[in-house]
Design a protein around this ligand. Structure first.
Ligand code: SF4
Ligand code: SF4
Ligand code: SF4
Ligand code: FES
Length: 592
C-alpha cells in the first residue's frame, strides 16, 4: 500500500493509504474516542458519533471510524467544534442509559464510561424520558440488560462473523429500538450457543456473563469441601486483568490467589486434558480400526456441542463420546479422589475456572451427572475470578508463585497445556495416537502442521508409519459449517476433526478478559488477533518447558488407570468419563 501525507492538528504524518481516519490517527499516536466500531474495524454501523473530527474542506464533521484518509488531508481532532460534538454525542448516549456504574460489573472496563470521562460529558445534559428496557437472565451463560445498551451493533456483527448465526439483531424502530434475539426472545429460547463472543465485544454492561460467584460463596458458607480446577487458557490471560503485558503466564500467582480465596485444593485441568486424550485417542483408534463412525469430531468445546445439537443433530454420532477435560476431572474428584480422602461426593463442591461462558451450561447437562450428582457445581470465567480476587483485597501482583496441589492429580503433560489453543486438542491426541500406533514417541514431539490456525479451516494429512490420518480444524461455527456440510453430503475425506466454538479456541473464549486496544502496539492493525497469538504463545512455551509432553507418559494418569479405571475406554471409564448428546431446542433444562 502506498504512503500518503496527512496532517493531524497541524502536524504532518505519513500513513498507509486505505486506512480510516480513526486507524491512521492511532498509528500517529492519537486515540480518538470510539464506541460502535470494534478495534479491527468489525462492525462499522457509524451510529454512535463519538468519533467525530473536522476535516478541512468536508461538509460538517465526519465519523472518523468510517471516513478514509486521503493524500493532503488536514484533520482536526482537538478543535473546539470537534471536541464539543464528541461530548454531545456521548451525552446523548448517557441520556438514555441506566447509569448505575457503582453496581455495574463492567465498571473499570466500560468503554462508555471511558469516553464519557475523556470527553468530559455531563450525564444530565439531555435528561429526559428513557426507552422501555428488557432484562434477560434465563440463559445459563449470559445476561442481557438493554438499559445499558448503546445500540452499537458490535454484538450483532460478532455473532454473525464468528458463527453466521445472526442470533442478535435490531428490533423495533426509532426510540423503541433495542438489540436482542428475534422477537425479543430469551437467549434460552433461541439457538444461541452461549459462546459469549458477543459479551466479549460489548463496550458496556449490556451483555455480561451469568455470574456464579454467589454459588461459590454459598458452598463456602455451607462448609463444603470446595475444590477448584483451572483451565489452561485462564493462566495465559488472567494477568491482563492485573495490567500484565498480554501473553504473560501468571500460573504461580493464580494458584496463590486461589489458595487465599479459601479453596481446599487447587488443581490444574491439564490433568483432565491428559485423561481426555487417553480416552479420545483410544476412541479414535477404535473407530479407525473397527469401522466406526468417521470422521470423529472433538467434543470438548460446549459452544460447538450446543451448535451440533441445534443445527446438525443428524451428525451427533460423529462427536467423540468423551466428556470435556474439566468434566472428566470433576468426575474423578467426586469418585477416586473422594474415595481416597474418605469424603462423600455430596460434600464436595467442584468449581471450574474457565475461559468460556458455554461451560456454565455444560456443567448443568443431565448427561454430565453420575448417579444424579453433577461432575462440576459452578463455573466461573477468567473475568469472574479476577473479580473475586479484587473483592477479597488480594494484591495479585504482590503474590508469591505457588504450585498446584500434587496429590493424585498434580502431574500434567505439555499435551494437556496446549488444549487451550485451537489445534491443541488435535496435536495432543496425535502425540498419543502416534505412540499407540508405532510403540515409540514421535521424534521432535510436535505436530506443527496443525498450529497457527485462526478462524477458517486448516487441514493436514499425517502419515504415521503408513497409516494416513486426514485431519481438519475449524474454530467458530461459520467455518465449522463448511466441514459439517461436507460430512452431511457424504464428501468428507477426514478421519479426525477438531472444532472449537470460539474463533482461535479457548484463549479467545467468551469469558476471557476484555481486549483493550491501548495495551497493544500502535502499529497493530488486528488487535484481537494479536491477543490470540500472544496468549497462544504463552501456552506453547509452557508445553516446551514441560519434561513430560505426551498424555500417556503422565505418571499420575498411569496410576489412575492402574488403581481405579483399568484401561482407557473401560466400562468404568465409560461410566465416569463419557457422555451422550441429543437434539435440543433451548436451554430450559437448567437449575435457576
Ligand atoms: S455500562 Fe458503563 S456507564 Fe453504564 S452503568 Fe455500567 S459502568 Fe456505568
Ligand atoms: S453467545 Fe454466541 S451464539 Fe449467542 S448471541 Fe452471543 S455470539 Fe451469538
Ligand atoms: S448489547 Fe452491547 S454490543 Fe450489543 S448493541 Fe448493545 S452495547 Fe452494543
Ligand atoms: S465509533 Fe465512529 S460512529 Fe461510532
Amino acid at each position: 500500500m502506498p504512503l500518503i501525507n496527512i496532517k493531524i492538528d497541524g502536524r504532518s504524518y505519513q500513513v498507509v493509504d486505505g486506512m480510516t481516519i480513526l486507524q491512521a490517527a492511532k498509528v500517529c499516536g492519537y486515540e480518538i474516542p470510539s464506541l460502535c466500531t470494534y478495534h479491527n474495524g468489525e462492525c462499522n454501523v457509524g451510529s454512535c458519533r463519538v468519533c467525530l473530527v473536522e476535516v478541512k474542506g468536508a461538509r460538517g464533521l465526519v465519523a472518523s471510524c468510517a471516513y478514509p484518509v486521503a493524500d493532503g488531508m488536514e484533520i482536526s481532532i482537538s478543535s473546539q467544534k470537534a471536541m464539543e460534538a464528541r461530548r454531545r454525542s456521548v451525552e446523548l448516549l448517557l441520556s438514555n442509559h441506566n447509569q448505575n456504574c457503582q453496581q455495574c460489573v463492567k465498571n473499570g472496563k466500560c468503554e462508555l464510561l471511558h469516553v464519557a470521562n475523556v470527553t468530559r460529558a455531563r450525564p444530565e445534559a439531555f435528561a429526559g424520558e428513557h426507552s422501555e428496557t428488557h432484562y434477560d437472565e434465563l440463559a445459563p451463560g449470559l445476561i442481557r440488560d438493554t438499559s445499558k445498551c448503546i445500540l452499537c451493533g458490535r454484538c450483532v456483527a460478532r455473532c454473525e462473523n464468528a458463527h453466521g448465526l445472526g442470533i442478535l439483531g435490531y428490533e423495533n424502530r426509532g426510540f423503541r429500538t433495542f438489540v436482542g434475539p428475534a422477537e425479543n426472545r430469551s437467549f434460552a429460547d433461541s439457538p444461541c450457543i452461549q459462546c459469549g463472543q458477543c459479551v466479549k465485544v460489548c463496550p458496556t454492561g449490556a451483555l455480561t456473563e451469568h455470574s456464579e460467584i454467589h454459588k461459590v460463596d454459598e458452598a463456602f458458607r455451607a462448609g463444603k469441601h470446595v475444590i477448584v480446577q483451572a483451565a489452561p487458557a485462564v493462566r495465559a490471560a488472567l494477568g491482563e486483568e492485573f495490567d500484565y503485558p498480554v501473553g504473560t503466564p501468571v500460573t504461580g500467582k493464580m494458584i496463590a490467589a486461589l489458595r487465599r480465596l479459601g479453596f481446599e485444593k487447587v488443581y490444574d485441568v491439564n490433568f483432565g486434558a491428559d485423561l481426555t486424550i487417553m480416552e479420545e485417542g483410544t476412541e479414535l483408534l477404535g473407530r479407525l480400526q473397527n469401522g466406526g463412525v468417521l470422521p470423529m469430531i472433538t467434543s470438548c468445546s460446549p459452544g460447538w456441542v450446543n451448535y451440533a445439537e441445534y443445527q446438525y443433530s443428524d451428525l451427533l454420532p460423529h462427536l467423540s463420546s468423551c466428556k470435556s477435560p474439566h468434566q472428566m476431572q470433576g468426575a474423578i474428584i467426586k469418585s477416586f479422589w473422594a474415595q481416597e480422602h474418605n469424603i462423600a461426593p455430596e460434600d464436595i463442591f467442584v468449581v471450574s475456572v474457565m475461559p468460556c461462558t458455554a461451560k456454565k451450561y455444560e456443567r448443568q447437562r443431565e448427561q454430565l451427572k453420575v448417579n444424579g450428582i453433577p461432575d462440576v457445581d459452578a463455573v466461573i470465567t477468567t473475568r469472574e475470578l479476577a473479580r473475586m480476587i479484587r473483592r477479597a483485597g488480594i494484591m495479585f501482583r504482590h503474590l508469591p508463585d505457588e504450585d498446584w496441589d500434587q496429590d493424585i492429580m498434580g502431574d500434567y503433560s505439555g499435551a494437556g497445556v496446549i488444549f487451550g489453543v485451537t489445534g491443541g486438542v488435535m496435536e495432543a491426541a496425535l502425540r498419543t495416537v502416534y505412540y499407540k500406533l508405532t510403540g515409540k514417541e514421535k521424534e521432535g514431539i510436535t505436530f506443527k502442521e496443525v498450529r497457527g490456525h485462526d478462524g477458517g479451516i486448516r487441514e493436514a494429512s499425517i502419515d504415521i508409519d503408513g497409516t494416513v490420518i486426514n485431519v481438519a480444524l475449524a474454530s467458530g461455527m461459520r467455518s465449522a459449517k463448511v466441514l459439517l456440510d461436507e460430512i452431511r453430503a457424504g464428501k468428507s475425506k477426514y478421519h479426525f476433526i477438531e472444532i472449537m466454538g470460539c474463533p482461535g479456541g479457548c484463549i479467545n473464549g467468551g469469558g476471557q478478559p476484555y481486549v483493550r486496544s491501548t495495551l497493544l502496539p500502535k502499529e497493530e492493525p488486528n488487535i484481537e488477533g494479536t491477543y490470540k497469538e500472544k496468549r497462544a504463545l504463552a501456552l506453547y512455551s509452557e508445553d516446551e518447558r514441560q519434561v513430560i509432553r505426551q498424555s500417556h507418559n503422565n505418571p499420575q494418569i498411569q496410576e489412575l488407570y492402574r488403581r481405579f479405571l483399568g484401561e482407557p475406554n473401560s466400562h468404568k471409564a465409560h461410566e465416569l468419563l463419557h457422555t451422550s448428546y441429543a437434539p435440543r431446542e433451548g436451554f430450559n433444562d437448567i437449575d435457576r
